[in-house]
Design a protein around this ligand. Structure first.
Ligand SMILES: Cc1ncc(COP(=O)(O)O)c(C=O)c1O
Length: 368
């Protein structure tokens, strides 16, 4: 069965099993569970929930491992840090990772004696500082600069050095890239983005092929408490059915947009791994099914980027990315990334490709 078909079956009742086509979300803080708790499969809402189970089954099919859902992407990031790292350990992060991952590490890990090493994603720069580390944290493509590294190669070197590998797969999603199949120990994602794709839930998950690690992560979630809500898990599962359709459309439009931007004299730089001269193009082509729905570009100055955003007619100026509606933002308004004031992150939605190109073309004209 192709993965696209498998995703549609994942977590649902079988075709021989009579009952509701789709079970509704189960809202339960507690369960009627007399006697010995270990004899009851459902006891308390922080420990388990049948709606999470369905969602996690689906995620497991997608990732090729055991998946655990969390209240947000950052809750999933923190869970990997929490189970893997102890005082005296070192973690290697991308210097260009999602900003909050670096903030979490520098604010909280260093405070308990964990060394945080930063190195660039490009050209597998993290490989140079791996010696003696406990955990390598990869993000590819990175948010927002869309740098790419070679997961298989970094895993190969990490194995030799006894370093665990976790991959933040948010920008690609498990549909476009499968880090567990490439040898990673953990895959983590913000499901707030393209995986659910409708801009209506904040969620995250992680997955692993190792059952002991999965148990430790589940225990972390139970004890630390960053559980998903049943409604969010249900909405996310529903959204997953269209993941392949959405991303096929979005990635095709993103490729067209990157090529269009490249042809525009007022655009200084275009960042998109699908462009043949992107430094990570060959690796991205090998390890991704398509190049993703985000295109970043540099308009040189704050004033031009702001004028571009003001001139947009249907694309919303909003943060986050990967949704069915196109959005754009001037990323430097948040700080924390080594980017220019004119850097725009554009998330390509499911609108007609030509409408997106027309919209961007007109806004660029208004921004000269
Ligand atoms: C690459 C990456 N990882 C993690 C996160 C955190 O996810 P969340 O906002 O769902 O906590 C984000 C959010 O933008 C992200 O872009």
């Amino acid at each position: 069965m192709d993965r696209e078909t498998a995703i549609l079956q994942a977590g649902y009742r079988s075709n021989k099993d009579a009952g509701a086509f789709v079970d509704g979300p189960q809202f339960a803080a507690t369960y009627i569970a007399p006697g010995d708790p270990s004899q009851n499969s459902l006891t308390y809402g922080r420990f388990h929930n049948p709606t999470w189970t369905m969602w996690e089954e689906a995620l497991g099919v997608l990732e090729g491992g055991t998946a655990i859902s969390f209240a947000s992407g950052m809750a999933a990031v923190a869970a990997v840090f929490g189970v893997c790292l102890r005082p005296g350990d070192a973690v290697v992060l991308p210097a260009d990772s999602y900003y909050t991952t670096r903030v979490l590490a520098s604010n909280w890990l260093t405070a308990i004696g964990i060394q945080v090493r930063l190195a660039p994603t490009r050209d597998n720069g993290q490989m140079r500082v791996l010696e003696g580390a406990r955990l390598l944290w990869i993000e590819t493509p990175t948010n927002p600069q869309l740098e790419v590294c070679d997961i298989q190669e970094l895993v190969r070197v990490s194995r030799r050095l006894g370093v665990l590998v976790a991959v933040d797969n948010t920008t690609a999603t498990a549909y476009l890239q499968q880090p567990l199949a490439l040898g990673a120990d953990y895959v983590v994602a913000s499901d707030t983005k393209a995986l659910t794709g409708h801009g209506d839930v904040v969620l995250g998950h992680l997955a692993t092929t190792d059952q002991e690690r999965a148990s430790a992560l589940r225990a972390w979630r139970t004890q630390q408490g960053a559980i998903p809500g049943p409604m969010e898990a249900w909405l996310a599962h529903r959204s997953l059915a269209t993941l392949a359709l959405r991303l096929t459309r979005q990635c095709a439009s993103a490729e067209a947009l990157a090529a269009f931007l490249r042809s525009q004299p007022t655009v200084e730089t275009v960042y998109y791994p699908g462009l043949a001269d992107h430094p990570g193009h060959a690796v991205a082509k090998r390890q991704m099914r398509a190049f993703g729905s985000v295109v970043s570009f540099d308009l040189g100055t704050l004033a031009r980027a702001e004028a571009f955003l003001r001139a947009l007619t249907f694309v919303r100026e909003a943060t986050s990315f990967g949704g069915v509606h196109s959005t754009a933002e001037r990323r430097a308004r948040w700080g924390g990334d080594a980017i220019s004031e004119g850097f725009v992150r554009f998330s390509v939605g499911c609108e007609a490709t030509q409408d997106i190109l027309n919209e961007v073309g007109s806004a660029l004209e208004a921004a000269v």
